[in-house]
Write a protein that binds this ligand. Sequence first.
Ligand code: A3P
Length: 288
Amino acid sequence: ADTLERKDLIFTYKGTVYPTTLCTAEIFKAMESFEARRDDVILAGFPKSGTNWFGQILSDLIATAAKNNKNETNHHNDVPEEFPYLEIGDPEKYERMKKLPPRRLIRTHMSPQNLPESIFKNKAKILLLLRNPKDLATSYYHFSLVFSPFPSYESWDSFFKDFMAGKVPWGSYFNYLSEWNKYIVSENVMPVSFEEVKENTYLGVKKIVEFFEFPLNEEEIHAVVQRSSFQSMKTNSKNTHGAFGDVLFRKGGVSDWRNLFEEKHNLEMDKMYKEHLAATTLGTRLNY
Ligand code: A3P
C-alpha cells in the first residue's frame, strides 16, 4: 500500500469514507444477505475506541462460557482465518459464517443505519463501545502514521482537519455517535465506555457478562479481566497480532490528548461536541 496515493486509499460508499484495501462496494452489497442470530455477540466500536481490547474480553467470555456448558459444538469464539470485522474480507465470507457454531463474535466499525437489518430484526445483542473523542482522535492519528491501509499525514494539524470533517476511514466519529444514539433505546444495545472499564475493569466486565447472560462465576470473571489487561495483551501481541501488535498497543490510557491538542484543536472539538453531542444520551457518556 506504500505506493498508493491518498485518493486511492479511501473511497466513499453511501456517504461514508472507507479504506480501499479493506472494504469494497462488493462486500457491502454481499453484507446485506448476512443473517444475524439472536445469540450473536456483536461488538460495535469506531476505529481506535478499544475494539481489540473488548474483542479480547468478549472472545474470552465466549470461550469460558462454552467450557462451562461442556457443549462440544460451542467451543469457539472468533471466526478462524476470517478477518474479524463484519465489513472486511471477501464477499463469500457471509456464506462461510452461516456454518459457524454459536456464539459468533462479530465486530464492526459501521454506523447502525449501514448495518444489515437482520441484526436489529433478530434482536442480536450489541455492545456499543464509546471513547472520549479527544483520546480517540489522538489514538487514530498515531495509528494512521504507521498503518499502511490508512492515509498517513504530515502533521497532527492536517489529520485533525480530516478527522473533524469525517474524511478518515469509517467517516465522522461525531455522526457515528449521533446515529447510534437513535438505537440505544433498545434493550439489545448496551453502551460501555473505554474510560469506565479502564477505571474499574471488573465492574465493566461483570456488566458485559450480565448483558450477554454468560454463565460465569466471580473467579472466572477475574481471570478474564486479568488476561485483558493492557500489559498482558501487549506482551502477548506477537502471538495474537504479529508485527501489527507493536502499533496497536500504544499507551492504552486516558487523557493522552493533552500531549497533542493545542488550544485551537481543543476549542474546535468542544464546539463540535456542544453542537452535536452534548444534548444526547451518548454525549453524556463520553467523559467530556
Ligand atoms: P492508544 O492509541 O490511546 O494507546 P482499537 O483496538 O479500536 O484499534 O483501539 C486501540 C486503542 O485501544 C489504543 O489506544 C490501544 O492502546 C488501546 N488498547 C488496546 N488494548 C487495550 C487494553 N487491554 N487496555 C486498555 N487499552 C487498550
